[in-house]
Ligand binder design. Structure first.
Ligand SMILES: [Zn+2]
Length: 142
């Protein structure tokens, strides 16, 4: 059996825990009309387990930008820090929305490093967020 296999019951549990949205950029399945991917917090390439503790939801974009990264540079403190962990850390303690609601601002070393490493404000998502904000669908209030 592949070590990547996630039982249907565990998929359901994680999807509920993550509230059907990306743990990094908070984009929801209802906004993009697609299911989120199961993301290994510690990548398989770094011997991360396919277990509840090591899985969360991520959008395809964040998952691909994260790839096998676990740490990244926080330019403000000039230190290599762990990326934000959506299972064990609270989003609002590490990020906040810009005043216009379109950009994710890192407010901790983990948050700042993750904004850069996962390209959380890439040009494509910014266009989408501006549209979502213009009709009142974004940013999420929680
Ligand atoms: Zn995302």
């Amino acid at each position: 059996m592949s070590r990547r296999r996630i039982s249907i019951a565990l998929q359901k549990k994680i999807r509920e825990q993550a509230r059907y949205r990306c743990g990094y950029c908070l984009t929801s399945e209802t906004l993009i009309g697609m299911k989120m991917e199961f993301e290994h917090l510690i990548p398989l390439a770094a011997d991360g387990e396919t277990s509840e503790e090591n899985l969360w939801l991520a959008c395809r974009r964040c998952n691909e930008f994260k790839a096998t990264q676990t740490h990244a540079l926080d330019a403000e403190t000039d230190t290599n820090v762990a990326l934000f962990n959506p299972r064990t850390q609270k989003w609002h303690e590490h990020f906040q929305w810009s005043a216009d609601g379109t950009e994710i601002l890192g407010i901790s070393p983990n948050g700042r490093a993750s904004v850069i490493a996962l390209k959380l404000n890439n040009e494509i998502i910014l266009v989408s967020r501006r549209l979502w904000v213009s009709v009142g669908w974004f940013p999420p209030q929680d």
